[in-house]
Write a protein that binds this ligand. Sequence first.
Ligand code: SF4
Length: 370
Amino acid sequence: QCAAVCPTGAIVVKNDAQKVWEALDDMNTKVTVQIAPAVRVGLGKKLELDAEGNAIGLIVAALRRMGFDEIYDTSAGADLTVLEEGNEFIKRLDKNSNLPLFTSCCPAWVQYCEKNYPELLPNVSTCRSPMEMLASIVKDQSNSSSRRHVHVAIMPCTAKKYEAARDEFKVNGVPNVDYVITTQELIQMIREAGIIFTELEPEAVDMPFGTITGAGVIFGVTGGVTEAVLRRLSTDKSKASLMSIAYQGVRGMKGVKETTVMYGDKEVKIAVVSGLKNVSDLIERMKSGEHYDFIEVMACPGGCISGAGQPFAQKDIRENRGNGLYAADKLCNIKCSEENPIMMSLYNGILKGRVHDLLHVNYLPGKEHE
Ligand code: SF4
């Protein structure tokens, strides 16, 4: 086992690849896996790929050959996050309470907030991250089965290992995500399995989490969460309207982006921040009286495409990864999370009466979150 260090200084983590191999070797264990948006554009030259294009089909094919029973796309979890965070934001806007709403899908940011700005925790969204939303549903579905179920998440991120181990995301002491494997660890596992990646034929992810949207895919790049939520809030879903959201200042690798959009007759002030230093600067400006309604925070500069679990990349490669996700968005025929047909069946099925339990989390110790 080797150790990896998160550049945010948040954690030192171990590599669980060996435990995943053991689960895959055990015929009595069902092993499911989810793949985060940024992973598909992070493999690049390490696996002899020409560029930072969308390799999701090849990753799925490799995981099948490694023996995973079911393979899902975390982008479906991102669609759930968009719906829940969109609803939460509208409620807070209507009541004008606990604004700005900070996003909560980056565990390094949540931990940074807990340590340095606990007074801001009521402003952090109660939404679980896409990884944890999808995992809680996948694990819950197999609760009645007698077969052991191990759920693996392939993430661009070392902080996700810490998130998976948090008590908030355990049921009867068992984590919903048993093991987090980083993109780099996945590359190592593909090599260990002797798979020649470029000779694979792309394959599709499994149902019921096989239908994804462009909104879910762009979660992997800074501004993606905001753009996805704005698509959700927009009453005009025309192509021209969705394109105009893209040009409202949410895209690009700048560490702090600010924009104002109209929601009904309200002006909504938005900030998109990546890099923890930029977050503390923004919070200091808030303390001096600057007002925001919605703040997306990603600890890694440029968002998850630059995560500590991805192969190291210079700025131009990171930009290419972001463009790879926008190209993947273009190829999705469903652009908005609420139009994903899986969402309807989830809300009418497993989530009925259980949205709070399965999709939300309380980061306020000993207190009820509003
Ligand atoms: Fe992980 Fe970085 Fe993405 Fe945060 S921004 S979830 S630390 S990869």
